[in-house]
Design a protein around this ligand. Sequence first.
Ligand code: HEC
Length: 251
Amino acid sequence: MKKLFLSLILSVTPLVALAAGAEIELDHIDTDISDKASLQRGAQTYMNYCMACHSLEYARYNRVAADLDIPEEIFEENLIFTGAAIGSLMGNSMSYDDGAAWFGAAPPDLTLVARVRGEDWLYTYLRGFYQDDSRPLGVNNSVFANVGMPHVLMELQGLCAEAPHAVSERRFDPLTGNLITDGGCENYAVEGSLTKAEYDETIYDLVNFLDYMGEPYAGDRERIGWMVFAFLAVFLVIGQLLYRELWKDIH
Ligand code: HEC
């Protein structure tokens, strides 16, 4: 009995630990991988700002070009910076050891990151960098403490002076009732080229692209699913008619 009790406790412990980890509040977005324009903008941001460190090794350029409705020549000219052929896997030239030596942790491949971390986490993470002079690169992150990644989008967002608030933390002035903050970053140590709303939009597109990356078949699957339902609906009628025809003399 004691043993049973102990194993029960042990089996539940990881859940408790997980629940504790999930306490950080994430900002929520609804991604839409059928929005091709958004995916194209996301791919552009990714290729320009992320690809040098993070490969997308389980995908091929030509598949992405086809899915995103980007003609192959245009994709090749504007979005492939490694000189790779359009049919190749989306790797980069950073080796694991170099990455680990330069940043303390090697930048992981991001093909499946949206499935591992979830869209909300990515959205919050990419908007969560803030100034922290105690860190080697001068930045920290609100959802990924002591992160090894530099704030590569600083020229766009600017640098937040303190950890950004969750969007749900809207605060109102108790006297006037005016909105003091709608969450996110409130004070910037360095100004960026985009407004807060524009930056949020850029990150939405980027996360949308990563969401597509994690499951490129999601759109096809949904379409095929509806076709199967349509087939079953038609077949139900045919089946019913056949059933009546075959049984009509038997009763
Ligand atoms: C200069 C190299 C570099 C660039 C450019 C870069 N990153 Fe990173 N990134 C890193 C490193 C290093 C880590 C690992 C951090 C750690 O484990 O502490 C990381 C971690 C991450 C993670 C967390 C992965 C996980 O699940 O642990 C995500 C997500 C991410 N990067 C997204 C991006 C995106 C999106 C871009 C483009 C806007 C980008 N990164 C650009 C170096 C980079």
